[in-house]
Design a protein around this ligand. Structure first.
Ligand SMILES: [Zn+2]
Length: 164
């Protein structure tokens, strides 16, 4: 486990101050946030939230994939989610490459990724519009559920709501 020793040590410290044992798995603020895996994003912190408040779904580019939709269905009907915020961010690596670029880069490692769809984002506004529509028109999600979009600026910490 040596590759993870720092994490085990970090957890030992965390446990000393742990005070969330009374929380349930329901989202206390009725919120799900879909955001990118970018390590600069602290979803709870930047939204003024705490553990227990929201479901956080992350992937490369904050894209609404089939797996994200599957998870939202569970979050809405079983876990108290009543609103969804889709939150891509500035300086996203997914907006700087095409799927073809990624295939070329992995090829340098001797790996053929052409059977994978990376959902790269050549136009962030268009991608966000597409993803919001995917949620709003899903036959599996409530028609009247608030679905919002906002871009997180990784350089200022500011959230910029978009009306799409
Ligand atoms: Zn990103």
């Amino acid at each position: 486990m040596s590759a993870f020793d720092d994490l085990i040590a970090g957890n030992a410290e965390y446990v000393k101050g742990f005070a969330n044992s009374g929380l349930t798995g329901r989202a206390a603020r009725g919120l799900a946030v879909v955001t990118c895996m970018d390590s600069r994003i602290d979803p709870l912190g930047l939204l003024g939230l705490e553990a227990g408040d929201a479901k956080i779904l992350r992937n490369a580019g904050a894209r609404i994939t089939d797996d994200v939709l599957r998870t939202l269905v569970l979050a809405v009907y079983l876990l108290g989610v009543e609103r969804v915020l889709v939150m891509p961010h500035t300086d996203c690596g997914m907006a700087k490459v095409t799927d073809g670029d990624v295939h070329d880069l992995t090829q340098l490692h001797g790996v053929d990724t052409r059977s994978l769809e990376f959902h790269t984002v050549p136009d962030q506004d268009a991608a966000l519009r597409h993803d919001l529509t995917r949620i709003r028109t899903s036959p599996f999600l409530p028609k009247d559920m608030p679905v919002g979009g906002a871009i997180y600026d990784v350089h200022t910490g500011r959230l910029m709501p978009v009306s799409l």
